[in-house]
Design a protein around this ligand. Structure first.
Ligand code: SF4
Ligand code: SF4
Length: 349
């Protein structure tokens, strides 16, 4: 493992250099207990110890609303709208890197999504070992406490004034070397970073499921037809879709065309959609194949616990806990749902 030591006082100079070629985003405190990735500015406070960024990082690769094509109805011409903004996300936790890795697979599975891919190809990711856990998080339980790929650099704060920086790509190393001389990490410093990770993972493990995530797809499959459970669970669901919108692994969208009042020009755009919204499964003729909230609720958990696993071999949940926070009805909690279902299945055997 190639790793360097970077001192806290070297970071502003690096940020200045990186921001000359990239839009740089860092975690910052927006309000009490509320963090977001925001554009870096001189003298900005970086929340190295943030627990969770409220918005999912998919916003950087598939914005909530995005133009795909602009067309001219007079001349019968159309041109694609493809953004290639160079961006750097500095301070991404492993569970969010895992979510991006999943999106990379899913968005490229049935043909390349050029809009997503262009933004993704132009984004540099610097990971960060979490210093704190959100109380709603359960990422250790879904194998998201550590990632071995999907980052260009990975930063671990090994003392108040120093970071050990693991290299994940040649581009990452090149960007790091834009600063004044970098010293290679010693074996003792690498060991210090390893111990910090183990401590974090052990803390996270206490907020986990209490069983291995690999059991989830099978018991979700068995539980699909238990309507009573799903109806009871979803009876207070507001069908607001907040759990979809904040989820870093949800990627559904809807495509619409829009023209000006004179029918001269127009655009095709996409915007986020969510399987918890009433209109998500409505098709031509007004038929809705998931008209009830409990059917949509069940679908969401089947997707997280089974359907995504069937496609990529991982749960469609990285345990960030954003949905748990966002749900007004306090019913969007994958850890709770998976635990309850496992208990019910166990008691039947
Ligand atoms: S389902 Fe919830 S906990 Fe899991 S990744 Fe999505 S927002 Fe995070
Ligand atoms: S589970 Fe919660 S967040 Fe999700 S749609 Fe229902 S009320 Fe909204």
């Amino acid at each position: 493992m190639v790793a360097y030591i970077v001192y806290l006082q070297q970071i502003p100079e690096l940020l200045r250099k990186w921001s000359s070629s990239h839009d740089v985003y860092v975690p910052t405190r927006v309000e009490d207990h509320f963090y977001e990735f925001r554009p870096w500015q001189e003298k900005m406070h970086i929340a190295w110890d943030y627990d969770l960024a409220y918005s999912p990082l998919k916003v950087f690769f598939m914005p909530p609303r995005e133009d795909l094509i602009h067309f001219d109805l007079h001349n019968y011409t159309a041109s694609p709208v493809i953004k290639k903004t160079r961006q750097l996300l500095f301070g991404v936790h492993p569970y969010d890197i895992k979510a991006i890795n999943q999106l990379d697979q899913l968005m490229g599975m049935d043909g390349i999504d050029v809009n997503y891919q262009n933004l993704r190809d132009n984004t540099v990711i610097f990971g960060l070992e979490p210093a704190r856990l959100a109380e709603t998080a359960f990422w250790a339980g879904v194998d998201a406490a550590r990632v071995d790929f999907g980052f260009d650099l990975f930063w671990t704060r090994i003392s108040p004034g120093a970071f050990l920086v693991r290299v994940g790509s040649a581009q990452g190393e090149e960007m790091l070397k834009m600063g004044s001389s970098m010293t290679s990490a010693t074996a003792a410093e690498k060991e210090a970073a390893r111990r910090i990770h183990l401590r974090t993972a052990a803390r996270a493990d206490k907020q986990s499921f209490g069983f291995t995530w690999t059991q989830v797809p099978e018991f979700m499959n068995k539980f699909y037809s238990r309507k009573l459970y799903w109806r009871e669970k979803a009876k207070t669901c507001l069908s607001c879709g907040s759990c979809n919108l904040v989820c870093p692994t949800c990627y559904c969208f809807d495509i619409q065309d829009e023209t000006d009042d004179h029918l001269k020009t127009g655009k095709r755009y996409r915007q986020w959609d969510g399987c918890m919204l009433e209109g998500f499964a409505r098709i031509a003729g007004g038929l809705n194949f998931r008209p009830n909230a409990w059917e949509r609720y069940r679908h969401r958990y089947m997707r997280k616990g089974k359907y995504i696993y069937d496609r990529i071999g991982e749960l469609g949940c990285v345990g960030c806990g954003r949905c748990v926070k966002a749900c007004t009805a306090k019913i969007a909690n994958p850890r709770e749902v998976f635990r309850e279902i496992r208990e019910a299945i166990k008691n039947e055997v």
